[in-house]
Structures are given as C-alpha cells and as structure tokens.
Design a protein around this ligand. Structure first.
Ligand code: ARG
Length: 587
C-alpha cells in the first residue's frame, strides 16, 4: 500500500506555509480550487487582506515570494483583485500518478486518520410483504455508502431492520393454524414462489379477518400468544420470516448485492430489551406517563392544532411499537456494537420519527458528541411522468418485474454491439445483467439522495449522457485499447511534455482520493458518480485529441498515454465497484 499525497494537498500545504510565513498570526485557508484559467486558483488572500487591512494584490505578491518553488508548482501568479493562479508541472502530474499506479487496490488513496465504527441501517423490507421501489433505494444507497465508508478505512456493520413484528402477525398466524400447509417449507420454494405464497396467505387471511368477527377475535388472541412467547405461535411466526427471507434474498441477488444473514436483525430482535428501555427512559425522566402511555414530548415538534406531538415509547395497554424497537436498537448499537456513528437509510417520510427517536436518545445520553446519528432520508421514486411510481392500473410496481425489465432492455443494448466486440451468448447474458442492474443503481445514486427521482428505464440504459452504461462502455473501450497495444506496456514518462487534454485527465485522476473522502464524509454517493462521469468525459476528449495507437505516436508518448488509459480504467473500475456496479471487460 502506497499513500500518495494529492497534488491539491501538496499545493495547499505550500500555500498555507507561504501564508503563515507572510502573516504569522493569521490561521488562514488559501481556499484552493480547480480552475479553468490555470490548474488551481487560490481565493483566500482577499478575505485575509481585508482582515489585515492590507492591499490584496500586494499581499498576494508577498505570498507568492514565499511559496516554495520546486518540482510541483511550475508557475504561480497574481491575478485580478488578488487571486493566485497556479500551474502544476507536467512532471509532477505524471510522477504522482505513477506512484498511484503501483498501488492497484487503493490507487494511493490513504485511509482516513481516525476511523470509527458506523452501523448502517439499510435494506429493511417487511416480512410477508412485497418489496417496493423505496426498499430498492434504501438498499442501493446503503450498499454504496458502505462500500465508500469501508474504502476510507471506516469499519461498517450492516443492520437490516426488517419489519418482522406487529399485530398483523396475529391474523397471519391464526390463518395458518386454521389452514395448515398453505406456506410451503422455505427450502422447497424459490423467491417468486415464496412471495406468491405469502401474498396468497396475506390476502386470504385479510379477507376472513375483515368479514368474520370470530376469526378476528381468535387473531387478537393470537397476537397475545405471540407477544407472550407461546412456542407454537412463535414457530409459525418463524415460518413467515423464513419464507420472506427466501424472497428477500432472491431480490438482493438479482440486485447483485451481498446481504449477510447475521446482519438481518429485525424489529423483533429488540423485543427483549424494550421493557428495559422504557424503564430507563422513565427513571431518567426522559419519558413520562400520559393517559397511561409512556411518552416523550418535544417543544419544537407540534401537530396541526399546535399541540405537542409525543413519541410513544409504550402504549397504554403495555404494548411496544416501532419507536421502542428503534430506541432499543440504538442502545444495542452504541453499547454492544461500540458504534461511533449510526447511519439510517430510510425514506424521508420517516424523518420526523427519527428526529424524535434521536432526540430521545440524546436526552438519555445514548447519543452525544462521541456517537452521532444521521438519517439519510431519501426522496420518493417517481415514474417517468413525474408521479409516484405505479403501474398503469395504479398498483405498486413489483420490484422484480422492474429489475427484470431493466435487464431485458440492457441485454438488447448489449446484443446490438455483441458481434462487433466478439461476445459469446453467455457473455451477452452476463453483461446484460451487469448493465441493467448497474443502470438502476446508477440512476438512483446519481441523484442526490434527498431528492425525488424519476425511474425512467429509457433514460437509464441510454448510451449517451450521465448513465452507468456510458461509464461501462468507457471502461470496456479502454480495456480494448490496452489489448490492442500488446507490444507496448503502459509506462509513465514524467519527462514528457503533456498536451492540455492529458493534463486535464491527469489532474482529475489525481483527485480521486480527495473527492472520495469528501463524498464519503457527506454521505453523498452522487458526488462520486459525478466524478466518474467527468472522468469518462475527460477520457473521451483525451482519446480524441491524443492518439494512442493510430496514428502511431513515438514509443515513449504511446506508453505514457497507455499509462493514462490504464489508470483511468483502474479508477473507473474502483469507483464503480464502491458503488456496487460492475465493469465488464468487454462490452
Ligand atoms: N421496515 C421499515 C419500512 O419498510 C424501514 C425500517 C427502517 N429502519 C429502522 N431502524 N426503523 O418502512
């Protein structure tokens, strides 16, 4: 593992040194950014001059005189009212990239300094219910954030807080008692059969429940039996969970996503701890009794009639619900799992719930400065028409149908070019899957999570524009270039002068680690997709302007360009992999 300091950081250090040499008291940020006019621009001197009551241009000139010139900075000049324009030497660009190239796994990106433990709560479907597009979003965003966090050196623990508890199980279980054999053993069914069994049982039990008062009463008693841990009832409940898991796993597999059984820890897992949670909250005075229920009030959270809306920890009949389970989960994650960060990837419509839960946990001292919690509340998935995603009949769209359709369309796109690229039928099928699933993931990830996004398959599998297919093609194209150049090896030549397109590509490649650190700290996968998209675009310009194979450039130039090609491919591959998207070698 080689840790490479990015050019941005190198320049930043030199400027910060020069600033403090000029104005020793000021703890000033040079405010460095990439710029079109030079490679970088520093804007920090303006504010500094104002504070020091100095002429900004004069101050800038003094700072420039203090900047350590060496191999990195080729040119630094004062411009405008007191900006600094900085140009990096060609040699430094290639030398830095050459170091990155020696580290294929991390591309020279150093792990972060103080990694912690982040528990990521994501991909949390509900037992005996069909998954919907919202569950898809949680899974895709959560998985990508985990990939990014892991890469920075953070330890992540996944928690799939599945909805596996609640009064609806009374009805389901009672129906199964009265109609044994309606759920096939989980080992005998595939995902689709499991879900259709569950659907059938759900509909049938609902129908009896709604029409038969006596059944309703038996179902109610069944809830009590379930809550008191009756053995037979629990076994039947477990059947629903197991059957559902067969279905969940089939969807996650379709999504090309690894889910670990030990990380599926649903609401029910916290049942045992809930009375203790309630006791602690009441003893600490965080929660209070109100009409028999145990509740927490918040000054700032009020309903329509301006009455405070409470968080209900325990209902008047003694029952616990969603909030108690989440509060108990927090205790478990903080105390037993040693988490330093709790991250929730849950629909933004639950953000009020989490605000109240987090605030309660803060008052109880379970969250604080050392342990923080965030809900990455994501927006709604809309259809291409901009309305909430539904079938033409107004029903929710089955997730599996959606994924199948994406794969089908992608396979058609792949097939069109298959002959030219020389793909076998097997490769077409495999690539179709990677392109289709990648398209769904990328479209989701490239929108800022908090925003609604349009599920538009036509756009998703389009070869032009900001899509995963575009990036996958860029990757495959580079791979094909590298195969064609087999008599020449990618080799860095720092002594060469670079063309503008080579410099632009090189500087962008060097910024991968910095960008990743920023995108991860902000939980912003869309910043990573934007980076990768720009990388592919810069590569396209480079490839247009700088021949690699034909017309054949001199050997050293060809080698250096192949080196840029290869590092671009590695960076694309790494970045996409962090997001959970595959990059086929041939496409
Ligand atoms: N199962 C819930 C739903 O489908 C999401 C669970 C979110 N996680 C949590 N810790 N509450 O809406």
């Amino acid at each position: 593992m080689t840790s490479v300091t990015s050019l941005t950081d190198l320049v930043h250090q030199r400027l910060a040194n020069a600033l403090s040499a000029t104005l020793p008291e000021a703890d000033a940020d040079p405010l460095l950014r990439r710029s079109d006019r030079a490679d970088f621009q520093a804007n920090g001197i303006l504010a500094l001059a104002k504070k020091a009551k100095a002429n900004p241009r004069e101050l800038a000139t003094q700072v420039v005189a203090q900047v350590e010139s060496g191999d990195v900075i080729k040119d630094i000049e004062v411009s405008g009212p007191g900006f600094l324009n900085i140009t990096i030497s060609d040699k430094a660009i290639i030398a830095n990239l050459a170091e990155r190239y020696t580290d294929p796994a991390r591309l020279g990106v150093p792990p972060k300094k103080n990694p912690g433990i982040t528990v990521v709560d994501y991909a949390q479907p509900n037992v005996a219910k069909e998954m919907h597009v919202g569950h898809l979003r949680s899974a895709v965003i959560g998985d990508a954030l985990r990939g990014m966090l892991d890469f920075t050196g953070e330890r992540t623990i996944g928690r799939h807080h599945i909805g596996d508890w609640g009064t609806q199980f009374g009805m389901l279980i009672q129906y199964l008692v009265e109609n044994p054999g309606e759920l096939a053993p989980p080992e005998d069914v595939d995902g689709e059969q499991a879900m259709s069994n569950l659907n059938r049982v759900y509909k049938a039990s609902r129908a009896v429940f709604d029409t038969d008062e006596e059944f309703k009463e038996r179902a109610r008693k069944r809830v009590v039996a379930l809550q008191s841990g009756d053995k037979e009832t629990l076994e039947l409940w477990q059947q629903f969970v197991d059957e559902s898991k067969v279905y969940f796993y089939s969807v996650f597999e379709k999504l090309d996503m690894e889910i670990r059984d030990e990380e599926i820890v649903g609401e029910s897992a916290y049942n045992e701890g809930m009375p203790e949670t309630a006791r602690l909250l009441e003893e600490m005075g965080v929660a209070e009794r109100s009409d028999g229920a145990l509740v927490v009030f918040f000054d700032e959270i009020r309903g329509k009639d301006d009455k405070p809306v409470p968080l209900i920890v325990q209902k008047a009949d003694g029952g616990f619900g969603y909030a108690a389970s989440d509060l108990t989960a927090i205790r478990n994650r903080v105390v037993d799992l040693d988490a330093t960060t709790l991250l929730y990837v849950v629909d933004v419509r639950q953000s009020l719930h989490f605000r109240m839960v987090f605030e309660t946990a803060r008052r109880a001292g379970w969250l604080g400065d050392d342990v923080t919690a965030h809900n990455m509340g994501y927006g709604t998935v809309l259809g291409a028409d901009g309305k909430p995603f539904k079938t033409r009949q107004g029903e929710t769209v089955k997730l599996e149908d959606l994924l199948d359709e994406a794969v089908e369309r992608a396979t058609a796109v792949v097939r069109e070019k298959a002959e030219k690229v020389g793909l076998t039928e097997e490769e077409i099928v495999e690539n179709g899957r990677y392109v289709g699933i990648g398209a769904v993931k990328y479209a989701d990830l490239s929108t800022s999570p908090s925003r609604d996004y349009k599920f538009d398959l036509d756009q998703m599998v389009s070869l032009n524009g900001d899509t995963s297919v575009y990036l996958q093609y860029a990757y495959a194209r580079i791979k094909s270039i590298l195969r064609k150049a087999d008599d020449k090896r990618p080799t860095a030549h720092p002594e060469l002068e670079l063309a503008p397109a080579e410099r632009a590509l090189g500087l962008h490649l060097d910024a991968f680690g910095d960008l990743l650190a920023e995108a991860t700290a902000e939980y912003a996968p869309h910043k990573l997709t934007a980076y990768l998209y720009q990388l592919a675009s810069l590569f396209t310009t480079f490839y247009d302007q700088c021949p690699v194979i034909k017309p054949e450039p001199p050997k050293d130039i060809a080698e250096n360009r192949l080196f840029l090609c290869d590092l671009t491919a590695r960076t694309l591959h790494r970045g996409m992999a962090l997001l959970g998207i595959r990059t086929p070698e041939k496409l």
